[in-house]
Design a protein around this ligand. Sequence first.
Ligand SMILES: Cc1ncc(C[n+]2csc(CCOP(=O)(O)OP(=O)(O)O)c2C)c(N)n1
Ligand code: SF4
Ligand SMILES: [Mg+2]
Length: 317
Amino acid sequence: MNEPDFQQAVSGDHVRSEALLRPGNTNCGGCGMSVALQMFKRAIGDTKIQLVLPACCAAVAAGGFPFTAYGAPLLMSTFASAAATATGMSQVARLNGDSARVVCWAGDGGTYDIGMASLSAAAERNEDILFVCYDNEIYGNTGGQRSSATPVGASTSNTPKGKTEPKKDILGIMAAHRIPYAATVSLANPEDALRKMRRSIDEKGFRFLLILTPCPTGWKSEPAMTIELVRLAVSSGLFPVVEVELGNRWTVTVEPDFSRTALERYVSLQRRFQKTGITADDLAKGMEWQWQELLVRTGAVSLVERFGSREFSSLPR
Ligand SMILES: Cc1ncc(C[n+]2csc(CCOP(=O)(O)OP(=O)(O)O)c2C)c(N)n1
Ligand code: SF4
Ligand SMILES: [Mg+2]
């Protein structure tokens, strides 16, 4: 897509050829993943893609055979083989001179947990694929069990009293593979989101996007509050909106204001937190750790400042 076309896509002032997720799909009302798919299509325009969907709500969304709610060719895979399957498809497309870009569209279960081995292997080989994780912080499709993306304190069907472990730092893990591009995406900041989606489809080598996608069914939130929840997660600092180039150039692309009111509202709008009595204060503790880490990664705070030790002054930044 050239620059004027991209500007049109950002403004929404364009004609979409075909939706990526069509009417007839089985997603719940207010599903953040549906919004993410539509925004992704808006960013990529008519760029030809092939989708790989491991087991997840997005796979079920296609509907019953022989129909499909997707406006792109797709292959459903096992959790464990999604990135390996996408690797094969990308290599075959290259050998055939086919311009299609291969995109894995996986849930947090298929990314943080069950798909991690082949995901890590494909990232390490720098395969030419885009791996998108839509993160609803649970195994949504099987009734809302915890995943390693579930935040501390959230009630799930197998942690009814609240999860005790913090959310895994998946972006840090992916960046450690020194892949060309990794980013987190906020659906409440469309301009930033569209730019990152566009870049990740164009860039060569392994790219990774993490999109926070509220799940009204599992989060026990109102469907109409989906984008508001993302906005609150971003402004409170709970969901850092960043990008990482080549594994070590970290940039915060949407600055939070660390609003305590936003954090309290974020908690109050989801019954998954109210059930366990977790408070904004409890969530703020984990957030502090995350931002200390992030400020060092972006270079805003040096290791010396963070740890106050002379031993760190000789380390490269
Ligand atoms: C190896 C394996 N274990 C378990 C399942 C059952 N299963 C299907 S979908 C799913 C949950 C997926 O969670 P996630 O990837 O986060 O996607 P979501 O359902 O939340 O969209 C599970 C556990 C499976 N299909 N394969
Ligand atoms: S369970 Fe959650 S993620 Fe799955 S379709 Fe429903 S709202 Fe979307
Ligand atoms: Mg999930």
